[in-house]
Design a protein around this ligand. Structure first.
Ligand code: FES
Ligand code: FES
Length: 78
């Protein structure tokens, strides 16, 4: 398994409406923290995030979280 690119060593704090989102797992998207299709040709796939209500989320920017798509503090060890 290759390592994902580190988009940033900090979470993306987002206020999201209810709906379906695709979190970028590869780190290559130009529309962080969401997938823009740049993972094509890599072994990474975006991760689906379904929200039933508006919520503030801390989405992992370093792509190394053990609780993807959310930040779990792992970026501090990179
Ligand atoms: Fe990173 Fe799609 S662009 S998972
Ligand atoms: Fe990836 Fe915090 S930004 S674990």
């Amino acid at each position: 398994m290759s390592e994902p690119d580190i988009a940033q060593k900090a979470p993306y704090v987002e206020e999201l409406e209810a709906g379906t989102y695709w979190w970028c797992a590869c780190g290559k998207s130009k529309n962080q923290p969401f997938c823009d299709g740049s993972h094509q040709g890599t072994e990474f796939q975006p991760q689906k995030l379904e929200l039933t209500e508006s919520i503030k989320v801390w989405l992992c920017g370093c792509k190394h979280s053990c609780d993807k798509p959310f930040c779990d503090g792992s970026h501090k060890k990179l």
